[in-house]
Write a protein that binds this ligand. Structure first.
Ligand code: HAM
Length: 427
């Protein structure tokens, strides 16, 4: 094995303790908020039959066309590492009948996703998402609900509102979108000489994606393209107006962005994206929308649905750009120092009892001197050091040193856990 093979693959990152702690903090925050909105957890496999993503996300998307980790397993099946969570959640809901007889279900999930993209700041090949999906619900109140939940999450992790933009748009539905797509395709053909090759090709495959081209020349041409707003059917227009009015009612500030088309083909009607300041090109920290036809694409009954996913790496970048620190709990509240090697067993018994009593406690396992154990206690952030010396132990006691006041007292061994518990609690 060459040394380059013992490094993490390009576009992946090890979550070392500091970042792993941030991941746990944001997932706990998300769980607390989303469960308050009535969402329940779901975990689906990290890989699926390739067809789940091809049918759901769409063959003409960048994700399916260029970015999937697809391989044949030993049984000759085509398998793909999930590039996102929605297709899997809808597949699971159909498979287990979670929406039969018109019942709705609200689900949230978190975990790694895989896309073979060109890595850059905020763009990884393995990245981590937290998402929600609400299935079986067509009314605009649920569109407003998921948007409010997403914004509440970003506020709860501390990203200031004035550093984020909430963009919304409507993609129409199967009644008004086909004619609109055709209009955009004709517009692209008419303006082919001023557009990049990829956009010209998109006229035949996925014309609306041309709105998302990062090429400034294309963006300027596409700003003159026909708008769905002007072609939307009455039902879609009424649904979109209702979503906006509900957001207005609860004071959520948004911007309408007619060029917001998103990179997945399953979207219908409401789509939205949250962009954060200070992140460069990869500034979308979360996004989502409605996908009222997705369940049918898998052979299920017509079942409306919508949801969003937020990207952990970009959320963390946005938190750092806003100067927010993830709260760090002390590694140990109490450190048990053993004065001599022969009392290591007694120290171990004390540390075990403290942990059983719910106290974060630790001790040395590397034969440190007493002085070095105090240094370690300091580094771990311990508020008290329990000194287990042969003389005290012989008298059935330990010495407790308060690190802040540098005062010491003797405590009966049998009372140590209760005594420390109450002293920690009093602070
Ligand atoms: P998406 O916009 O493709 O939507 O991804 C959602 C979020 O995941 C993005 O806003 C971004 O923060 C993060 N993300 C995407 N790709 C990467 C990457 N390569 N590296 C780092 N972060 C990334 C979806 O995935 C849909 N499933 C959302 C949804 C749920 N729509 C309806 N329900």
């Amino acid at each position: 094995m060459s040394s380059s093979n013992v490094r993490a693959p390009k576009g992946t990152a090890d979550m070392l303790p500091e970042v792993a702690r941030a991941w746990e903090h944001v997932t706990r925050t998300a769980e607390a908020i989303f469960s308050r909105y009535g969402y329940q957890p779901i975990y689906t496999p990290i890989f699926e039959h390739t067809d789940v993503f091809v049918r759901g996300i769409g063959e003409a998307t960048d994700i399916v066309g260029k970015e999937m980790y697809t391989f044949e397993d030993k049984g000759g099946r085509s398998i793909t590492l999930r590039p996102e969570g929605t297709a899997s959640v809808v597949r699971a809901a159909l498979e287990h009948g979670l929406t039969v007889n018109g019942q709705g279900c609200k689900l949230y999930y978190s975990g790694p996703m895989f896309r073979y993209e060109r890595p850059q700041a905020g763009r990884m090949r393995q990245f981590w998402q937290i998402g929600v999906e609400a299935l079986g619900m067509a009314e605009p109140t649920i569109d407003a609900e998921v948007i409010v939940a997403l914004m509440e999450f970003f506020a709860a992790v501390g990203i200031p509102r004035d550093r984020m933009r909430l963009l919304i748009n409507s993609m129409g539905d199967e009644r008004c979108r086909p004619a609109y797509r055709e209009k955009v395709a004709s517009f692209i053909r008419e303006n082919a000489s001023d557009l990049c090759e990829e956009c010209v090709r998109r006229a035949e495959t996925n014309p609306l994606r041309a709105f998302d081209c990062k090429n400034p020349g294309c963006a300027s041409v596409m700003s003159r393209a026909p708008l769905l707003r002007d072609e939307m059917c009455d039902d879609c227009a009424a649904h979109y107006a209702a979503v906006k009015s509900l957001l207005d009612d609860v004071g959520v500030i948004y911007e309408e962005d007619t060029s917001l088309v998103r990179g997945l083909d399953y979207y219908t009607r409401t789509v939205f994206e949250v962009q954060a300041e200070g992140l460069g090109a990869q500034n979308a920290i979360g996004g989502g929308g409605r996908y009222d036809r997705l369940m049918e694409m898998y052979g299920g009954q017509p079942t409306p649905g919508l949801g969003f996913a937020l990207g952990f790496e970009r959320t963390l970048l946005a938190m750092r750009a806003a100067g927010i620190d993830v709260p760090v709990p002390p590694s140990a509240e109490v450190f048990v120092a053993r004065v001599a090697p022969e009392v290591a067993g007694d120290a171990f018994a004390v540390v075990t009892r403290l942990r059983e009593a719910g106290i974060a406690a630790d001790m040395d396992h590397q034969g440190r001197s007493l002085k070095a154990q105090f240094k370690l206690a300091d580094r771990l952030g311990a508020r008290f050091v329990v000194i287990a010396g042969p003389d005290e132990l012989a008298a059935g006691q330990v010495t407790v040193r308060d690190m802040a006041s540098a005062t010491e007292s003797r405590v009966a061994l049998a009372d140590a856990a209760r005594e420390l518990g109450s002293r920690l609690h009093d602070r």
